[in-house]
Design a protein around this ligand. Structure first.
Ligand code: MG
Length: 162
């Protein structure tokens, strides 16, 4: 049995020195603003997985009204979501993700990002793909006011599932 889930996230950009994407800090003159560490890709992946399993969403697991979530490591949030799937008898098939950012160029960092996301989830790198799109110079993405990410996740019943 297979299920799919879709995750989407957007973060505002502000002054900074690095952009955190998929657990990789890319040197840049802007950073994503958020309650947690604002890793837009890991948030989209987290929601895709939770959505596929019908096990909630990132806002419910880690409310931004909880001071304990301030600056929270998104890799830990993603792991917690993945643990929820494992406990419910699911395993991850693959992830396909898109980053929407005018700058910096994301593709040179694709190998590192794929490696890091796979590492967080204990997956083969081949199960994680990433594409990058600009905003064509228009709108909040194109004017570098925001960064966004989308992810589609396929999950399947694990043999040891309950
Ligand atoms: Mg977010």
């Amino acid at each position: 049995m297979h299920r799919v889930g879709l995750g989407h996230d957007t973060h505002r950009l502000g002054p900074g020195t690095a952009l955190l994407v998929g657990g990789v800090a890319i040197p840049h003159d802007r950073a994503a603003v958020g309650h947690s560490d604002a890793d837009v890709l890991l948030h989209a992946v987290t929601d895709a997985l939770l959505g596929a399993a019908g096990l909630g969403d990132i806002g419910e697991m880690f409310p931004d009204t909880d001071p304990g979530n301030r600056g929270r490591d998104s890799a830990g949030m993603l792991r917690a979501a993945a643990d929820r799937l494992t406990a419910a008898g699911w395993r991850i098939g693959n992830l396909d993700c898109v980053i929407f950012a005018e700058r910096p160029k994301i593709l040179p960092h694709r190998p590192a990002i794929r490696r890091r996301v796979a590492e967080i989830l204990g997956l083969d790198e081949a199960a994680v793909w990433l594409k990058a799109k600009t905003g064509e110079g228009v709108g909040p993405i194109g004017e570098q006011q925001a960064i966004a990410a989308e992810c589609v996740a396929l999950i399947e019943r694990s043999a040891s599932g309950t």
